[in-house]
Design a protein around this ligand. Sequence first.
Ligand code: SIN
Length: 284
Amino acid sequence: MQLHPITGVFGAEITGIDLKTGITEAVAEGLRDALDRHLVIVLRDQHLDADQQRALAAVFGVPAVNPYAHGDPDHPEMTRIVKEADERTGVFGGGWHTDLSFLDHPPRGSVLCGIDIPPYGGDTMYSSQQAAWDSLPGPLQELLEHRRVAHVGKPYGIKWAPPVEEQAMKGSTKRGDPEADRERWHPAVLTHPVTGRKGLYVNPTYALRIEGMSEEMSRPILEQIFAHCALPEHGLRLRWTPGMVAVWDNYATQHYAINDYHGFRREMRRVAFQTEGLEAWGGR
Ligand code: SIN
C-alpha cells in the first residue's frame, strides 16, 4: 500500500491495493491509520458494488442508516446521490457541512463511490478542520475552546426548511421533521483520539449559536469562523473518476458538493459509519 499526499495539509491517495479482492486485517490497519493521519483517503479504479462498499465502511466503524435519506431497499445504509442531466435544482450536500452534525450521534465518517461521473465538474471540496483550528486567531481559539455550539437540522426540519422547489433530491430525502429543529449541543473543538490534533466542529449548514450567546450575537462570530474554515489553504478539491472511492473523517473535515455540471448526470453511492462517538473526542 502506497500513500501519496494530495495537498501539503491533508488528504492522501492510496495505490497498490484492490478492495474488491477482500480486505485483510493488515490492509484494514493501514487504511485506518491513513484516515487518522490524512482525514480524507482516496482510491481510484475500485468499482465497488454495494456489498464491497459496505465492507470498506466496516473497516472504520459500523455502517449506519441515514435517518434523513431513503436507503436502497437491499442495502438500507446506502444512499444513492443522483442528479439527472435535466435537473436544475441544488445538489445533495451543496454547501459546507459535516454530515448530520445536528444529531445526538453524528456519523464518524462516510465512504463515497463514484458511479456515473460527468465529463467535467461535480468535484467535491473538503476542508481540514484541524488546519482551520491551527490557523484560527488566538482570541477566537480562546472563545471557542471549552464551549459548545448548538446544531439544528435546518434542511430537514420545519423552521428553516428551504422552499420545495429549491430542495435537492426531492423525494429521496426526508423533510419536515420537527425533531430536526431541536438544538443539539456539541463541543466547538474536538480532539482526535489517536493523533491528539484539535479541530473545529462547527459548520454553516447546521451550527446555529454559540453557548452563552443568542443567535444574533453568535451570527457574526460564526460567519467569521465559517469564512476561515473555507480558506483555500485548508482545502482539498477532489476530481472524481468512475470507480473512485473516497473515505472521510466527518469529525475533522467539512465537505461541499459543487453543483457545476448542468446537462450531465452524476450518480454517487454513499454509506456512513459510526464509531465510539463524540465523547471520545472531548466529550460534550
Ligand atoms: C455529500 O456527501 O454531502 C455529497 C458529496 C458529493 O456528492 O460529492
